[in-house]
Ligand binder design. Structure first.
Ligand SMILES: [Zn+2]
Length: 247
């Protein structure tokens, strides 16, 4: 009763189309869920995420759930999740991804999820780590434990912004591994929200390199697509999705 009244006074809106959500809709309306710009990455080993990290030791597999193209409604959902104090949108998208990918084999043999950590200052300012909410949504279906105390981000993006290009290039370590024994010998799924060049994820993979018998896979919610080529990527079956990405 209280919940119904609350929703009447403060209706939840779909971040993609702006429509008021029905009580049984999970943060994104049914129409927009049916229009999500899905990739085929769960089934394609030659997808652009996997190819980005294929040369890394200990890397197993990777994929993105959706394409992120500037100007499309899906970007509004990502913005609401990251900057609009609506982490529940990440949870909902993680649930959808887990449901759609659970039988694909993508999650086979994985032991745990590590959401890509934020620097503690960023976490304090935002109040939540959106990648952790995506991971929670995934886990409702795939059931892996989420580990947040083993990979720690030691450098803030804001700090990097004040550095020269050369300083940034030299800054190879922005993550540290703590509690190493908990991840030794494990197959870890790194979960991130949006991937453009993949440089941050690569640094996370590098941080895990020294851990004995540890292997790494990558799941990203959204893969940013270069605007110039976006129109060519409507049908991934016909177009090689390596074309047009920032890699
Ligand atoms: Zn909608």
């Amino acid at each position: 009763m209280f919940s119904s009244l609350w929703h009447l006074i403060n209706p939840r809106l779909c971040p993609m189309c702006g429509r008021v959500l029905y009580m049984d809709e999970d943060e994104i309306c049914g129409f927009c869920v049916s229009k999500l710009p899905l990739t085929e990455h769960a089934l394609r080993r030659d997808n652009s995420v996997e190819l980005t990290f294929a040369d890394e030791n200990k890397f197993v597999r990777g994929g993105a759930f959706c394409y992120y193209r500037h100007g499309e409604p899906f970007t509004e959902a990502v913005h609401a999740m990251k900057y609009g104090s609506r982490p529940e949108v990440g949870l909902a998208l993680g649930r959808i991804a887990g449901h759609k990918w659970k039988d694909s084999g993508f999650f086979d043999d994985m032991d745990m999820i590590i959401p890509l950590p934020l620097h503690r200052k960023r976490l304090h300012d935002r109040g939540y780590n959106q990648s952790e909410w995506i991971a929670r949504g995934l886990c409702e279906t795939i059931g892996l434990p989420i580990v947040t105390d083993c990979l720690i981000r030691t450098v803030n993006n804001a700090q990097q912004a004040f550095m020269s290009h050369e300083e940034r290039r030299q800054l190879s370590q922005i993550f540290e591994v703590h509690n190493e024994s908990a991840i030794r010998g494990k197959h870890i799924l790194l979960v991130d929200d949006v991937m453009t060049t993949g440089s941050t994820l690569r640094r996370a993979i590098h941080a895990l390199h020294p851990i004995r018998r540890c292997t790494v896979s990558v799941f990203v919610l959204a893969r940013a697509v270069n605007k110039k080529y976006a129109a060519d990527l409507k049908d991934e079956i016909l177009h090689d999705d390596r074309v047009g990405f920032w890699v």
